[in-house]
Ligand binder design. Structure first.
Ligand SMILES: Nc1ncnc2c1ncn2[C@@H]1O[C@H](COP(=O)(O)OP(=O)(O)OP(=O)(O)O)[C@@H](O)[C@H]1O
Ligand SMILES: [Mg+2]
Length: 336
């Protein structure tokens, strides 16, 4: 792990790779610098920069159309960037694309379907394409069938498999050549809850030896297995940091107050230590607010006192640490 990622709560997305020492570059599995991709007028990815140290399991989050798949397609050399640099294991995706392909395993958003092939036959075909040595090839396929729990369907036609099983065949394909970096675009999409848990366990077991960048819309999946989170929205990175550092973020105070909404809101905004006030919902004159506050007990007491002094009803006061969904909501909803 690089020193920078260990010490920064929120890595700035515009950090320059050139600032890094030779040593830290060697420890980086993915380096993206000022990367952009336009589809005509659509700015799918806009000047993004991020780095992933080797061995990390990274959750790549963002709403529909944010640019996740586009970034992944560029990293896997399946699409060219409009500008910027991307490297995988130090190799440039534009100029060293064949070498990059040997370093990565890719599960695309929509897995290419070969309905007329049987599962084992398909993996054999893919293993040959990936130039796996004939000696040991069958044992490797057996291992991948086992890891992805599809040994029992190895003789079935891919076209006859359910979506979840096809997804697992895609994962088996991605890990066939034991790649250093796995790029998994929504690997749990379409799976049932038990399959999701098993697939996440599989992915977690692959991390460490491999670097994994996985996209998903399920925040709890990221919370359960990832080391790092990168959030992208409208083509721009809006958060990049270690999940373990979330606990160090300022807490959230949920308040339920009965009274005139505008007066309450303006009063809360003026209180010491309050950095933001969001009205969550109103039911008649009962309102729920979410406050970003500094972790200071005295400030909290003053806020409660102020509400009571105004003769408003305080029916809820609840302090908690930020969770990933709080962070996600706040950065994705934040207007720039
Ligand atoms: N081949 C393409 N041609 C034109 N526009 C495209 C193409 N692929 C993606 N886009 C556009 O680029 C933007 C980013 O799309 P992308 O597929 O990367 O988003 P995403 O974050 O993967 O979304 P989702 O969560 O829905 O999979 C979107 O506005 C999308 O419509
Ligand atoms: Mg996508």
């Amino acid at each position: 792990m690089t020193t920078m990622t260990a010490t920064t709560i929120e890595d700035k997305s515009n950090q320059k790779i050139s600032n890094h020492t030779q040593n830290s570059e060697k420890s980086l599995a993915i380096e993206v610098e000022a990367l952009s991709k336009n589809y005509g007028q659509i700015l799918a990815v806009q000047n993004i920069s991020f780095q992933v140290p080797r061995g990390q399991l990274v959750g790549f989050l963002g709403p529909n159309g944010a640019g996740k798949s586009t970034t992944m397609r560029i990293l896997t050399t399946y699409q060219a960037a409009s500008s910027g640099i991307a490297r995988v294991c130090g190799l440039d995706v534009m100029t060293q694309s064949m070498e990059v392909r040997q370093k990565i395993g890719y599960l695309p958003e929509s897995m290419p379907i070969y309905p007329e092939m049987r599962v084992r036959e398909y993996l054999n075909y893919r293993a040959k394409l990936k130039r796996l040595s004939r000696i040991g090839r069958q044992a490797t396929i057996d291992r991948c069938l086992e890891v992805c729990r599809i040994a029992q369907v190895q003789r079935r036609l891919i076209g006859s498999l359910s979506k979840g099983y096809r997804q697992r065949v895609g994962l088996a394909d991605a890990i066939l050549a034991n790649p250093e970096v796995l790029i998994l675009d929504e690997p749990t999409s379409g799976l049932d809850p038990i399959q999701i848990r098993e697939t996440l366990n599989t992915i977690k077991s692959l991390a460490g030896d491999h670097t994994v960048l996985l996209s998903t819309h399920i925040l709890s999946e990221v919370e359960s297995i990832c080391d790092r989170v990168i959030i992208i929205d409208r083509g721009k990175i809006c958060w990049n940091g270690m999940l373990s550092h979330l606990a160090e973020q300022e807490p959230i105070l949920n308040l339920g107050v009965r009274g005139p909404v505008e007066a309450i809101q303006s009063c809360l905004k003026q209180q010491e230590g309050v950095k933001g006030v969001k009205l969550l919902q109103s039911n008649g004159d009962a309102h729920s607010f979410q406050l970003d506050i500094t972790a200071n007990l005295a400030n909290r007491e003053k806020i409660a006192q102020q509400i009571v002094n105004n003769s408003w009803g305080l029916f809820q006061i609840d302090l908690r640490q930020q969770k990933l969904d709080d962070l996600y909501t706040s950065v994705v909803l934040r207007r720039d």
